[in-house]
Write a protein that binds this ligand. Sequence first.
Ligand code: CP
Ligand code: NVA
Length: 312
Amino acid sequence: MHHFLAVTDFTLEQAQEVFTLAKSFKDNRLSGPQPLNMQSWGLLFYKSSTRTRVSFEVGVNELGGFPIVLNSQQTQIGRGETVEDSSKVLSRFLHGLVIRAYEHETVTEFAKHATMPIINGLTDFNHPCQLMADLFTLLERYSPEDVDINTLKGKKVAFLGDSACNMANSWILSAAMFGMEIFVSGPKGYEPKPAVTEALKAAGLPVNFTYTEDPKEACKDADCIYTDVWVSMGDEAEAEQRLKEMAPYQVNAELLALAKQDAYFMHCLPAHAGEEVSQDVLDSPKSIIFDEAENRLHAQKAIMAKLVELNS
Ligand code: CP
Ligand code: NVA
């Protein structure tokens, strides 16, 4: 069974096909193919969500399927039913399952026992659907005709803030896969953890990301500056300390000015203006945050369609 738990679960060729498909779904939003016809897909959330939930629910519908949104606490999982049994039972009803969880092991354990494709809708380790949408958003600009992944090669991405969070990990993995240069910059104590290096090695990718405490070094001549909240879901108890320590890493006009003239500002959202990013940067012409959000829909439709094809 082919699952999608990390960007590296697709080959480069498959990723290109997903981006090409995403473009065609975007160009023909309500008149495209419906490979989920008569299928029921579950969307299981252990954490809050706006974009992931709505984009998948709309996407399953537009592909001809029926989405079922589940809050883990309102299922028997919340009362202790094991992931193994839950996965086996849900596999008897559903044709695919998107999961947003805390531990990454929750989705890998679901995948181990599932006889339907599992899609990672965010874990504490990574957020691959967001990355596919983000890369597609860049490809629309670098290669509007054919969203050619080769146009990503050599581009410099600066990721600022919590350099150990799921979005930082996702960018480190994606940069290695697509030949981009990545600088991650945040305070000591929030540098990338060994798990991301292990994931790179397991995927046969080079371990050549740069971690720096100097946000200026990261942003200098960057093609894209990316940030994420300083307090991810699950980190709330450390909020005060995190906000204090990460303050020098706010993406503001001064840092953005160090990037290339035609650089983009990106953020997975939700954003906290005045914390990880200033309001003027969010509103600047370089900011492509709402295109990223919209592209969740088109990219995820393509991911689901590709998984159906790969598993048929
Ligand atoms: N970016 C993202 O995944 O947003 P949600 O938490 O709203 O799903
Ligand atoms: N790092 C954030 C991403 C939200 C989409 C979190 O995990 O809360």
